[in-house]
Design a protein around this ligand. Sequence first.
Ligand code: G6P
Length: 602
Amino acid sequence: MCGIVGFIGSTNVKKTLLDGLKELEYRGYDSAGMAVMQSSKIDSFKAVGKLANLVAKTAPFEPKGFAVGIAHTRWATHGKPTEINAHPHQGRHSYIVHNGIIENYLPIKEELTKQGVGFLSQTDTEVIVHLYESFLTREQDAYRAFEQTIEAIEGAYAILLIDEGVQNTIFFAKKGSPLQIGDGDRGRFFASSDAPLIGICDNAIYLEDGSWGWATAETLSLFVGKTPMTAQKKPLPISQSSAQKEGFRFFMEKEIYEQSKVMSETLMSRVMASGVRLDELPEGFFDGVESLRLCACGTSYHAALAATYLFERLSRIEARAEIASEFHYRDPMLRNNELFIVISQSGETADTLEALKMAKRSGLKTLAICNVDNSSIVREADAALLTRAGIEKGVASTKAFATQTMVLWLLALFIAQKRGALDEEQMTAETNAARRSVKTLMVQPDRHEQIKRLSKRYLHGHGFFFIGRDLFYPLALEGALKLKEISYMHAEGYPAGEMKHGPIALADSKLFTIALMPHTLLREKMRSNVEELIARDTTLLAITSEHFAFADDVLQMDERSHPMLEFFEMMVAIQLLALEIAIRLGNDVDMPRNLAKSVTVE
Ligand code: G6P
């Protein structure tokens, strides 16, 4: 989704901005732009499509010496992905980049239009720059005008603004969308996530909601409301090496292959011989907790849903999963003794963050399961368990899902321990299985080859159903989501037992059904559901460790000892299937059309 970079310094200003945008590219965008101020002159450039187009546009431009720059990648919300709608947006003498949504932009636009201001774009962002200039005309004080602008806008934003009349300075503001400031050897940097700062700054200031101010190379004025604040720095991760493709065709492929390795990290010092330790959780965190409510979006929601089966079966605690965008606005009934768990790869998903804030306001204890330390969600929650998957760049989430599911499984065991829900033998079986998952997640080259070959038979149907029961139903949802995200083919995940209540009407030889048929759970029931579909001539791919002669194709699995090991082995298979189908269709697997890695608008 939209990304922001800013820089105040003397060397390589253009390259620094472009490199920063490059680091944000994986998040998804459809246009990009930058504005660079030298003395009191601003040059601005915008281009639709890939960053390469902005690189080409800025080729003749090379700022010499000290300059101040702001740059942006845009993922269209208000108005089409055109050059006019790309950021920076400009007034008469100032330029702005913005992430988020200005909810009251229409009344502001009307008011400014009455004052004679002309608008070029269809965006909400453009009102901010005109509003600032309008206040400036009245106040004759840029700092005061910026403050008034921030007071007047509503919604979510991270903003950088430069003005030809205020040399060497970047104005900034943050509410609801992330913004960091880092100081490096070459100058002062701004970014909407860590990625552009890693390797060039050791520390960053993670701006709190409601922060605003202005910065030069030497000074930083920071406020929350009218109160001056002292900036608090936090260390940044040191290396970016994990974010390179390393010979794989796509980041997604690399990240599927990485799952086994990162799972060792996820498990490290958490799984003991006969129990689970979660040292990040404060002593007594679960005291008084009688039920769990899990809330997330997209793939993270599927991890949440899978976890409800684990919590109820292993920990004997009531658990319910919610889609964040639905939960937030339906005036839900909440109980004081519920623990509210949010799950998010990025820690910045607006729907999830808003749900978390609402749960906090209602007085619930909150826990984040997240891949990004220092993210908004981690900072907002009472406690956090990090999934330790490393940077995930493919928009279609893979290793994040695997590690989220593992952390949730460990949490289920941890709660089971507290509640005495499992005996020692059961607990040992669980922890052994958790450890063995590292091996289960390794991609077997032969199987990958088989999936590559198989993929060519699954390109031209009228749709896909992924079916499973119990834990394998959320996995079926995830398989369908992976496939539609990157192949653009219609796919649905369905509880296998529910097919006969409607969807079976679609069954014919051009309907592709991917059946997740574990050995350890509801084997016979699942078999009957699959046979009902075969009888209607659906084309069926069985993913199973069973002997199953009736399917058109079988992906033979090895695991038969534990449902979660079967889950992880099948998960790798469906990830690879989606990947190979999308590659055959010639799609950009890492940056699928219309999608963003981190969705920071509601
Ligand atoms: C976007 C991404 C999905 C992701 C979802 C939730 O829609 O494209 O891959 O699952 O957001 O993201 P989160 O960072 O909160 O897990």
